[in-house]
Design a protein. Structure first.
Length: 88
């Protein structure tokens, strides 16, 4: 249960950071979706709101960070659990 709570917290934190980086960096999410459209043959870029596009790109990038996030979360779970156990 502790791992799930910590992993969810780390996932949310990296998601917010990813969206913030996209927003502050001026990334054109619609252009990224259009690039993906050229590979898939779909036409999502003409139908997507730029704000929702940024959220979608942030979610996709956040999921792509999972190979980095998982070992990090595994490594910090025990020290966090131990710290909470020692407080009581």
């Amino acid at each position: 249960l502790a791992f799930a709570a910590i992993w969810t917290g780390v996932w949310c934190f990296t998601g917010v950071l990813t969206y913030g980086a996209i927003e502050l960096g001026g990334v054109d999410a619609v252009a990224l979706v259009a690039k993906a459209d050229s590979f898939t043959g779909y036409d999502f870029s003409s139908k997507i709101d730029p704000t929702y596009g940024k959220i979608g790109v942030a979610i996709v990038l956040n999921e792509l960070m999972e190979p980095l996030r998982f070992p990090f979360t595994v490594s910090i779970t025990k020290p966090i659990v131990d710290a909470f156990r020692n407080r009581t």
